[in-house]
Design a protein around this ligand. Structure first.
Ligand SMILES: *[C@@H]1O[C@H](CO)[C@@H](O)[C@H](O)[C@H]1NC(C)=O
Ligand SMILES: *[C@@H]1O[C@H](CO)[C@@H](O)[C@H](O)[C@H]1NC(C)=O
Ligand SMILES: *[C@@H]1O[C@H](CO)[C@@H](O)[C@H](O)[C@H]1NC(C)=O
Ligand SMILES: *[C@@H]1O[C@H](CO)[C@@H](O)[C@H](O)[C@H]1NC(C)=O
Ligand SMILES: *[C@@H]1O[C@H](CO)[C@@H](O)[C@H](O)[C@H]1NC(C)=O
Ligand SMILES: [Fe+2]
Length: 591
C-alpha cells in the first residue's frame, strides 16, 4: 500500500489538477530531464516497468473510441481527476444556474419570445458570471447576412467543408445556380469554385418526441465576381421531401434552411471534437505513460498539455450524454445517438486519424489550402489565426527536440521513445507514425498533440459555444415543429425553442465557457510557461518558451484590435470571430 501511494503521487504531482491538486510531502528530483538510452539507470528502468504495469488499457467511455485508463495506478488517477472535475463542474453549474434564473425572469418580464428579434434580449446584460462578453459582435445583428453563414464554415467549423473535385458526383442539382452565381452548378464544379458540406449521415438518427432536426447537404461557392465565399443551396433531406433551398427563396424559407444546417453543423462539430481532440490525444498520452519514464522530457511536455485529461470523457458520459441529460433534453437526437455518431466518425478515421489530420494535411485533403484546382479562398479566418499559433508551437517543439537530440542516431537510440512508437499498435492509435527515425517526425507528433488540445479543441468547443455556435436565434439546438415539406413558411417562431428550451440551451453552452481564464496562465500564450518544468529543461528551451509567449501575446493584441470596417466586416467576417485569441483560448482540453 505505501508503494501505491508513492506511485499515485508520483503521477498526480506531475500532472496536477487545477481543481484540487492531490498534495503530498513527496518531492521530485529536481535534476534535468533526460532521454532514454539503453544505459539508463536500473532505478529508472524499474520505475518505468512498475508504471507500465499500473497503467492498463481499459474499455472506452462516452462512446466506443479509444481505451480509457485502467489498472492499479491508471484507474485511481483517472478516477481522482474525474471526481475532482465533477466537483468543479457542479459548482460552476450551480453558479451558472443563478445566471439562468435571472435570464428567465428577465425574458418573462419582457413578455417572452414572440419574434426572432426577441432572442437578442436573452443576451442583453445577462449571463454576467458565465458569459459576460456575450455573443461575438455582429452575430445578433447580422445573422441574416449570407456571408455570415458561409464564413462560419471557414472559422467556427472548418472541419466538414470540402472543395468538390472536377469529377465528383454532385449529390443534388440546383436549377437556378446560374441566376445566383452567374455559373451553372457544373461550371462552378469544373472551375473548382464549388464546395460541399454534407451531413446526410445524420438522417438515420431517430428523433425524440416533439423535437426535430434535418440532415442538410449544402453547396457553397467562390463567387466569380466578388471572389467571396458564399452559400449556394441547402437540401435539408427532411423525411418525405427533396426540397432544395437557395438565397432566391423567401426570407423565411432560406433563413430556416440555414438554421437547419447550423444544427447539423453543431452536432457534427461536437462529436467530431470528442473523438478528434479528446479520444485521440488521450490514447497517445496513455501510450506514452506506459513507455516513457517520468524523467523523460517528452513525458513532461505531455503531462503539461494533457492537464486533467482523464476527466472530460467522464463528464461527457455522466453529465452530457447520460440518459435524461442535456443532450436528451435539448436536441432532437438522444445522447445514445451522440455516442453512436462519435463512434462512426472515429471508426471511419475522419476524427481519429493522427497524421492525416495534421493541421495543413487536414485542410489540404479537403482542398481548402494549397489546392491545385480552383481559386484560392481569399479569406480563411481559421487558417489565418491557427497558422500563427501552429507555427509558434512548431518553433518551440523544434528547439525542444533539438536540445535533446543532437542527431538522428540519438532518436533511434532512445529506447523509450522507440517503445512509444511501437506501443501505438496495442494502443490502437489510428494512423500514428509507424517508425521514428528522425527529429522531424517527433516534432510533428508533439506539435500535433499541442495543436489538438488547444487550437482544435478551442475552435470547436470551450468558449466557441457561448460566443458563437450555440447563440440564438441563428443556432437553435432543436426545432419544435415538424420541419416543412413545402416552401412558403410564414413564421419561423413555431420551429424555435421557447423560453424554457432557450434558457436550457444557453445554460448548457455557458457551462463550456471559461471567462475566468482570460489573460490567465491557462491560455495558449502560457502553454509551456511552467518554471518548475522549464528549470529542468535548460536555457534553450526556456528561451523558446519566452519567444513563444511573446509571439502569442503579440498575436492576441492583433486579434483584439479587429473592428468592423467601412465594409461592415471584422477580420473578413460579418461578426468578430476571436475564438483563437491566444490570451483567451485555453492551452489544454478544459472540458
Ligand atoms: C508546473 O509543473 C509542475 C510539475 O508538473 C506542477 O507540479 C505544477 O503544479 C505546475 N505549476 C503550474 C503553475 O501549473
Ligand atoms: C448507429 O449508427 C449506425 C449507422 O452508422 C446505424 O446503422 C445503427 O443502427 C445505429 N445504432 C443505434 C443504436 O442507433
Ligand atoms: C547510437 O547508437 C550507436 C550504436 O550503438 C552509436 O554508435 C551512436 O554513437 C549512438 N548515438 C548517440 C547519439 O548516442
Ligand atoms: C510583435 O508584432 C510586431 C508588429 O505587430 C512585430 O514587429 C514584432 O516582431 C512581433 N514580435 C514577436 C515576438 O512576434
Ligand atoms: C455587422 O454588425 C456590426 C455591428 O452590429 C455593424 O457595424 C456592421 O456593419 C454589420 N455588418 C454587416 C455586413 O451587416
Ligand atoms: Fe471538450
Amino acid at each position: 500500500m505505501p508503494k501505491m501511494r508513492y506511485q499515485l503521487c508520483f503521477l498526480l504531482c506531475a500532472s496536477s489538477s487545477a481543481h484540487g491538486a492531490v498534495l503530498s510531502p513527496w518531492r521530485r528530483d529536481m535534476s534535468h530531464f533526460s532521454i532514454g538510452t539503453s544505459s539508463s539507470s536500473s532505478t529508472r528502468a524499474s520505475a518505468l516497468a512498475e508504471k507500465r504495469a499500473g497503467w492498463e488499457y481499459g474499455p472506452s467511455i462516452a462512446g466506443n473510441t479509444a481505451f480509457y485508463p485502467a489498472g492499479s495506478i491508471g484507474g485511481p488517477v483517472a478516477k481522482a481527476q474525474g471526481d475532482s472535475f465533477e466537483a468543479f463542474s457542479d459548482k460552476l453549474s450551480a453558479k451558472n444556474d443563478e445566471d439562468a434564473k435571472a435570464a428567465q425572469a428577465s425574458i418573462v418580464a419582457a413578455g417572452g419570445l414572440n419574434t426572432l428579434d426577441d432572442y437578442a434580449k436573452l443576451y442583453n446584460g445577462l449571463w454576467k458570471e458565465s458569459a459576460p462578453k456575450g455573443p461575438y459582435p455582429g452575430l445578433l445583428t447580422n445573422y441574416t447576412d449570407d456571408l455570415l453563414f458561409s464564413m462560419a464554415q471557414l472559422s467556427d467549423n472548418p472541419y466538414k467543408i470540402v472543395r468538390v473535385s472536377k469529377d465528383a458526383k454532385l449529390p443534388f442539382s440546383v436549377s437556378n445556380a446560374d441566376a445566383i452565381s452567374g455559373q451553372t452548378l457544373e461550371a462552378l464544379r469544373s472551375s473548382g469554385r464549388l464546395f460541399l458540406a454534407d451531413y446526410l449521415d445524420q438522417k438515420y438518427q431517430p428523433q425524440s418526441a416533439g423535437k426535430y432536426g434535418a440532415a442538410c447537404q449544402a453547396y457553397f461557392y467562390i463567387d466569380p465576381k466578388s471572389q467571396n465565399f458564399l452559400p449556394l443551396a441547402i437540401k435539408p433531406n427532411v423525411e418525405g421531401s427533396d426540397l432544395v433551398y437557395t438565397p432566391r427563396d423567401s426570407t423565411n424559407d432560406w433563413l430556416l434552411a440555414k438554421m437547419m444546417f447550423n444544427l447539423n453543423s453543431f452536432w457534427y462539430a461536437q462529436w467530431y471534437h470528442l473523438g478528434a481532440t479528446h479520444a485521440v490525444s488521450e490514447i497517445v498520452y496513455l501510450s506514452a505513460i506506459r513507455t516513457l519514464s517520468e524523467e523523460h522530457p517528452v513525458m513532461a511536455i505531455l503531462h503539461r498539455l494533457m492537464k486533467d485529461a482523464w476527466a472530460f470523457r467522464v463528464i461527457g458520459r455522466d453529465n452530457l450524454i447520460n440518459p435524461g441529460g442535456p443532450i436528451d433534453q435539448l436536441f432532437p437526437w438522444a445522447g445514445s445517438q451522440a455516442g453512436n455518431y462519435t463512434d462512426s466518425l472515429y471508426h471511419s478515421g475522419e476524427s481519429s486519424s493522427f497524421q492525416a489530420n495534421y493541421f495543413e494535411a487536414n485542410l489540404k485533403k479537403r482542398g481548402l489550402i494549397d489546392s491545385s484546382f480552383g481559386p484560392e479562398i481569399k479569406a480563411f479566418p481559421f487558417y489565418r489565426d491557427a497558422s500563427v499559433i501552429h507555427a509558434a508551437i512548431r518553433r518551440f517543439m523544434t528547439t525542444f527536440v533539438e536540445s535533446y537530440y543532437k542527431d538522428t542516431s540519438a532518436i533511434v537510440n532512445d529506447t523509450e521513445l522507440q517503445a512509444w512508437i511501437h506501443e501505438a499498435i496495442p494502443a490502437q492509435i489510428v494512423d500514428f507514425p509507424s517508425a521514428l527515425k528522425d527529429k522531424q517526425t517527433l516534432i510533428d507528433i508533439l506539435t500535433h498533440m499541442a495543436h489538438l488540445v488547444s487550437v482544435v479543441h478551442g475552435t470547436l468547443n470551450t468558449n466557441a459555444l457561448a460566443a458563437s455556435t450555440g447563440v440564438l436565434p441563428f443556432h437553435p439546438l432543436a426545432f419544435y415543429s415538424p420541419l416543412p415539406t413545402a416552401k412558403g413558411v410564414t413564421d419561423i417562431m413555431p420551429f424555435m425553442p421557447q423560453v424554457e428550451a432557450a434558457i436550457g440551451q444557453i445554460s448548457l453552452v455557458v457551462d463550456f465557457n471559461r471567462p475566468t481564464f482570460v489573460n490567465s496562465g491557462e491560455t495558449i500564450s502560457h502553454m509551456f510557461d511552467n518554471t518548475t518544468i522549464l528549470a529542468r529543461m535548460g536555457k534553450e528551451v526556456e528561451k523558446a518558451e519566452q519567444d513563444f509567449r511573446l509571439a502569442m501575446k503579440n498575436y492576441s493584441a492583433v486579434i483584439r484590435d479587429r473592428r468592423f470596417g467601412e465594409d461592415g466586416l471584422c477580420g473578413d467576417m460579418p461578426y468578430c470571430w476571436t475564438t483563437l485569441d491566444p490570451d483567451t483560448a485555453s492551452y489544454w482540453l478544459t472540458i
